[in-house]
Design a binder for this molecule. Structure first.
Ligand SMILES: Cc1ncc(COP(=O)(O)O)c(C=O)c1O
Length: 455
C-alpha cells in the first residue's frame, strides 16, 4: 500500500466540504481508489453493491472545523449541532457526540437514534412543523430543547408539562424574510414557508409565551436554505436575528441561544466552489460579535446546524455496472444496480455528481455515458453525459458526495432493498447498516385469510 497519491491536487483537509472526494482518498500502486486505507473495490466484492461508504476521518475533520472555528472567531459560547436529517445513524450520532457537537432531530426516529448513539438530551434540539404529542413528550422527558414552530406545539406542550413540573426549554423558530436556494437569495417581508412563525407574528407569540409557565424561552432559530455558496445571506440573517433577540429580551425572555440554522454548500462537481467552514463561521461570528457590541447587548450562545457540509463528502456510493445501450447520435446508457431509491437527489432536484471507475480512477476518459439506475422510471439517471474511461459490465463505479441526503432520503421504490453501509478508517471497514433483503420488505405485509388460496 505504498506510494499513494492524493486524489485531488488541491485537497482542503481542514474543510472537507471543499473537496469532491473524502479527505483520505488516495490511489494505490495498482491504480485503485483507496479511502480510509481500504481498497474500495475490495469492499464492493466483500459486501456487495450498491454500497454506501463513509469515511470517518472526513466526518471528524468537518466536526473539528466547525468547533475550532467557532472557538477562534466567536467571542461568546458556541455549539455546532448536526442536522441529522442529512444522515441519521447510531454510528454518526456516536461520532457527533464524541466530537462534542449537539444534534438536530426532526422525528421520533432521529431522536431515539441520537439518544441511543450517545447524545445527551440537553445537546439535542427537536424540530418539526407538525410534531406529535408523543414526539414532544419524548423530547420533554429527555430534556431535549424543543424548537417551537407554531401554536400547535405550544398547545401540546401545555397538555404535557405537569402543573408543578419543570418548564420545557424551548426555542422559537421564525422565518427571517431571507430566502436562499443555492446561488441566489432574496429578501422579502414574508416567506411562503410551512416552517416557523411569520415575522409579523413574532411579537405576539413572544408576548403570549411570557404568560405561559410551562415553557421557558431560551433561544431563537432561523434557517434560510441549503447548498448555499454565498456569505451575505447569513450576514443578513444575523442582523435580523439580533433584532428579534433584542425584542425577546426586552419582553423579559431569558434568551441565551441564537441558532442560525445550516446551509453551507459542498463541492459536488468541479465548478462548485463553496466557502470553507472556517470562512463561513468567521463571517457569521464577526457579524454577531459586532452587532451585539453595536447594540450593547450580551453575546448569546451561537449555534449553527450544518447537515450536508458535515457528512456529504465523507460518502461514496459504489455500484456495479451492468447493461449498456448505445443509441447512435443520441447517447450511451450504462445501467447500474441501484439508482433513485438509494439516491433520489438527481431525479428530485436535478442534482449533479462526480464519479470514477474504482479500478481506473485516473485513466483517460474515452466516452460520454449516461449512468442510469435500474428503476422503472425514465428519469432514473444518476449522471448525465459523464466522461469515463471505457468500461465493461462488472466494473465498479463510485459516485462521490453521497454522504448526505442519500441514505436518509432512500426508499424501497420498485421493492428494491436499501444498500448496506460501511464506515472506513485506518484500513478497517465496519458494517454500520445491514443490507436489506427483498424478504425484509415483506415484513409488514399482511395477507388476510380470505386472500389465501389453497392451490
Ligand atoms: C431547520 C434546518 N436546519 C438545518 C438544516 C441543514 O441544512 P444543510 O444540510 O444545508 O446544512 C436543514 C436542512 O434543510 C433544516 O431544515
Amino acid at each position: 500500500m505504498s506510494q499513494l497519491k492524493p486524489y485531488e491536487n488541491h485537497r482542503d483537509i481542514s474543510s472537507p466540504n471543499r473537496n469532491i472526494a473524502p479527505i483520505t482518498t488516495e490511489i494505490n500502486e495498482n491504480n485503485q481508489l483507496v479511502v480510509g486505507g481500504c481498497v474500495i473495490s475490495d469492499l464492493a466484492k466483500r459486501y456487495g453493491t450498491p454500497l454506501y461508504i463513509l469515511d470517518e476521518a472526513t466526518i471528524r475533520a468537518s466536526c473539528k472545523a466547525y468547533k475550532s472555528s467557532l472557538e477562534k472567531y466567536y467571542k461568546g459560547d458556541s455549539l455546532p449541532i448536526y442536522a441529522s436529517k442529512a444522515n441519521s445513524s447510531l454510528v454518526i450520532s456516536s461520532i457527533i457526540s464524541s466530537e462534542g457537537l449537539g444534534l438536530d432531530a426532526v422525528s421520533e426516529g432521529e431522536l431515539i437514534t441520537a439518544l441511543k448513539g450517545g447524545l445527551k438530551g440537553e445537546n439535542i434540539v427537536l424540530h418539526g412543523n407538525n410534531k406529535s404529542k408523543h414526539e414532544l413528550q419524548l423530547a420533554y422527558n429527555n430534556k431535549v430543547k424543543i424548537i417551537i414552530d407554531n401554536y400547535h406545539d405550544i398547545e401540546i406542550l401545555k397538555s404535557i408539562v405537569p402543573s408543578e413540573g419543570t418548564a420545557a426549554e424551548v426555542m422559537l423558530r421564525f422565518t427571517p424574510g431571507i430566502e436562499c436556494h443555492t446561488h441566489e437569495y432574496i429578501r422579502t417581508g414574508h416567506l411562503d414557508s410551512k416552517f416557523g412563525f411569520d415575522p409579523e407574528e413574532l411579537e405576539k407569540v413572544l408576548i403570549d409565551l411570557k404568560n405561559y409557565s410551562f415553557v421557558r424561552l431560551i433561544g431563537l432559530h432561523a434557517h434560510i436554505g441549503s447548498q448555499i455558496f454565498e456569505l451575505q445571506p447569513h450576514i443578513d440573517l444575523v442582523g435580523v436575528m439580533v433584532e428579534a433577540l433584542k425584542l425577546a429580551r426586552k419582553l423579559g425572555h431569558p434568551v441565551s441561544d441564537l441558532n442560525i440554522g445550516g446551509g453551507l454548500g459542498i463541492k459536488y462537481i468541479n465548478s462548485d466552489d463553496p466557502p470553507s467552514i472556517e470562512n463561513w463561521i468567521k463571517v457569521i461570528s464577526e457579524a454577531l460579535n459586532s452587532s451585539c457590541s453595536e447594540n450593547n447587548i450580551s453575546l448569546p450562545r451561537l449555534m449553527c446546524e450544518p447537515g450536508r457540509s458535515l457528512v456529504a463528502t465523507s460518502g461514496i456510493t459504489i455500484y456495479e455496472i451492468g447493461s449498456r445501450k448505445d443509441i447512435p447520435g443520441v447517447r450511451t446508457y450504462l445501467s447500474v444496480d441501484g439508482g433513485m431509491s438509494d439516491n433520489p437527489r438527481p431525479i428530485t432536484y436535478q442534482s449533479e455528481y462526480s464519479a470514477c471507475l474504482l479500478d481506473k480512477p485516473f485513466s483517460k476518459t474515452e466516452e460520454k455515458v449516461t449512468i442510469a439506475g435500474k428503476h422503472c422510471e425514465s428519469g432514473d439517471v444518476l449522471l448525465k453525459d459523464f466522461a469515463l474511461p471505457k468500461s465493461k459490465s462488472g466494473d465498479f463505479l463510485g459516485v462521490f458526495g453521497t454522504g448526505a441526503y442519500n441514505f436518509s432520503m432512500s426508499s424501497n421504490y420498485n421493492r428494491i432493498p436499501r444498500p448496506a453501509a460501511v464506515i472506513v478508517s485506518n484500513g478497517h471497514a465496519e458494517i454500520i447498516q445491514r443490507r436489506e433483503l427483498s424478504e425484509d420488505l415483506l415484513r409488514y405485509d399482511l395477507l388476510p385469510d380470505r386472500f389465501i388460496t389453497n392451490d
